[in-house]
Every structure is written in structure tokens, then in C-alpha cells.
Ligand binder design. Structure first.
Ligand SMILES: Nc1ncnc2c1ncn2[C@@H]1O[C@H](COP(=O)(O)OP(=O)(O)O)[C@@H](O)[C@H]1O
Ligand SMILES: [Mg+2]
Length: 300
């Protein structure tokens, strides 16, 4: 059956009763963005299926790129890739959210195509999430000169960092004060305050011990992902993110987690992905500095 798939919905339309907007979303296409009466479709949850979420398959190559990527990683369809690419892609399985394939869903009598992914925050009572976009540059080799220009001036220190923070979202503090930072805050981080920025993300962690445990998990995951990047010359990811989560509820001890997400700009050239590798190293370095600072604080 051939569907005519839609990319947008109108401002006055609502999601069907079976769906709801994902409330913990940090970056990306978001339903609060309305232009000329057209609402962006953000991340959607199916009621009663808390462990997963649905992401709209985006327009053109961006959507095709992400679907092919997940299809290959989870061996649903590898026909678009060489054997070497398929092997490298399968190596990513533990680093990305679990993928359950494509879904066609009706909203306001139109058909929309989504991918169904594991919601990596679902096990947490009070998920504390941070999204970091990786890369010295976040435009891909096919981007127009205009796009390259607008992307490259977004964050003055991105070349040096190899990433930019898209934001974090913590549960409100004891006084009900919200604790959220957005991409504009992320863009203005500097070498002088980048460690403080990461520390700010940890402000909702219940204890020093749990903070140290969470950093250990993040560093271990970063090391595994770095190893993957160091041993493959098949795949490059532009504008992809690392999503960090830790438990903010002191009564629950769900271990911290970090996953790679957002694969709308994947390239298959025979080279290392230096652009991504640089960001991994820098982030690991920031965590290492936080560990050292915290150990010193304990001493004095
Ligand atoms: N598998 C996931 N689990 C939990 N949250 C997710 C997941 N995928 C995306 N998100 C949330 O949705 C946001 C946007 O996702 P992303 O894939 O980057 O979409 P876009 O392509 O619109 O940029 C992320 O910043 C994150 O907060
Ligand atoms: Mg994104």
C-alpha cells in the first residue's frame, strides 16, 4: 500500500487520544514552534507504551538517512550498504536507543511516518537530561555555502570544543524553581566556563557518590564509542548528538546512561570521523577535570 505521507500539522489540530507530546524533549523539532499556522511535529509518545517514543521521519535525505541507519544497525535492511559499512553499523547497536522499525500513524486524517525508538529516559523517576551536538562543524559536506555559514557562526568555541550543548532539563528544585537551559545558553559557553556548565548539569544529582558514579558511566561509554570511531573508516556523522541521563530522585538508583541519537546527516566516506572524535576527547577531558576538582574538594 502506498501512503501519501505528511510532514506537518495545523496549529488548530490535536493529536489523537492515543498519543501525547513527549514532555522531556530538549532539542529538535518541537510542537511549541508554530509558523504560519503550521505546527512542528516533535517527539510523540503512545499512551500505555511508556518505554518507547516516536520520532517523525523527516523530509528528504534527512529522513532517509536516519531510517537507513537504524535499519542497518538493527539488521532490518542492509541492502543500501556495503558489507564493511554494515559491519561498522552493527557495531553501534549498544550505543544507540533500541529501534523497533517504522510506523505509519494517523493524525487528523493524514498519515505520518515515524520511527519507533526506545525512550532512554523511561526508567527514571526524575530524569536529568542533557543533549550535546557533536562535531567541530555540524554542517555536512553537501551543505550549501549559506548553511555552512549560518552553522559555523552559531557557537564561537565549537571548533575548539568539537561540540555544542543543545541544553539540559532537570526536575524543579525544592522551591519549584525550574532548571532548564537551552541552545542559546549552550552556544555562549567558553573554555573558561565549560567545566562549570557541565557541573551545572549535575546540580540535581542526590549525592557526591552518585555524581562520581554517573561520571564513571559517561566516561566508560565515551571510551567505548571512541574505540568504535578509532577502528572504522566507513561512516561519518554530522549534527548527531549524545544524550546523557542520570537519576535525580534520591530514592531510586537507576544507573546513568549515555546514548548516541539523531542521525539525519550520516555520510559514508573512506575516512576517520575526526570531526566527531575531537568532541568525544574534549567531553572526556571535561569529565576528568570535574573528577579531579571534586576529589580535591574532598581533601580540603
Ligand atoms: N531515544 C530517545 N530517548 C529519549 N529522548 C529522546 C530520544 N530521541 C530523542 N529524544 C529527545 O528529543 C530531542 C530531539 O531528538 P532528535 O533526534 O535530535 O530530533 P531532531 O531530528 O528533530 O533534532 C532530543 O534532544 C531528546 O531530548
Ligand atoms: Mg537533534
Amino acid at each position: 500500500m502506498i501512503y501519501s505521507l505528511s510532514m506537518e500539522m495545523y496549529e488548530n489540530e490535536e493529536l489523537p487520544a492515543t498519543l501525547e507530546w513527549y514532555k522531556d524533549q530538549i532539542a529538535g523539532h518541537h510542537p511549541s514552534v508554530v509558523k504560519n499556522g503550521i505546527r512542528q511535529i516533535g517527539i510523540v509518545k503512545e499512551r500505555g507504551k511508556e518505554q518507547n517514543l516516536l520520532k517523525l521521519v523527516q523530509d528528504g535525505m534527512r529522513g532517509i538517512s536516519e531510517v537507513q541507519f537504524y535499519d542497518s544497525i538493527f539488521q532490518k535492511d542492509q541492502s543500501n550498504h556495503t558489507k564493511a559499512q554494515a559491519v561498522a553499523l552493527e557495531g553501534l547497536r549498544n550505543f544507540v536507543p533500541h529501534y523497533f522499525g517504522k510506523r505509519v500513524i494517523e493524525i487528523a486524517s493524514r498519515s505520518y511516518e515515524f520511527i519507533e525508538l526506545e525512550d532512554i529516559t523511561h526508567q527514571y523517576r526524575k530524569p536529568c537530561i542533557m543533549d550535546i551536538k557533536i562535531g567541530k562543524v555540524t554542517y555536512d559536506p553537501d551543505a550549501s555555502e549559506d548553511k555552512k555559514h549560518t552553522e559555523s557562526i552559531k557557537c564561537p568555541h565549537q571548533k575548539e570544543f568539537g561540540f555544542r550543548i543543545l541544553g539540559y532539563r532537570l526536575h524543579p528544585d525544592e522551591r519549584g524553581q525550574i532548571r532548564v537551559r537551552d541552545k542559546n545558553w549552550g552556544r555562549t559557553r567558553t573554555p573558561e566556563n565549560i567545566q562549570i556548565a557541565f557541573d551545572e548539569y549535575f546540580q540535581a544529582i542526590p549525592s557526591k557518590k552518585l555524581k562520581s558514579d554517573a561520571i564513571k558511566v559517561f566516561r566508560k561509554e565515551l571510551a567505548k564509542i571512541s574505540e568504535w570511531f578509532d577502528t572504522q573508516q566507513e561512516i561519518q556523522m554530522y549534527s548527531s548528538s549524545l544524550l546523557f541521563v542520570y537519576e535525580g530522585d534520591p530514592h531510586y538508583h537507576t544507573p546513568a546512561k549515555m546514548k548516541m541519537i539523531d542521525f539525519s546527516h550520516v555520510f559514508y566516506e573512506k575516512q576517520y570521523d575526526e570531526n566527531y572524535i575531537h568532541g568525544l576527547k574534549f567531553i572526556d577531558n571535561v569529565f576528568q577535570c570535574i573528577e579531579k576538582t571534586d576529589i580535591n574538594k574532598e581533601k580540603f
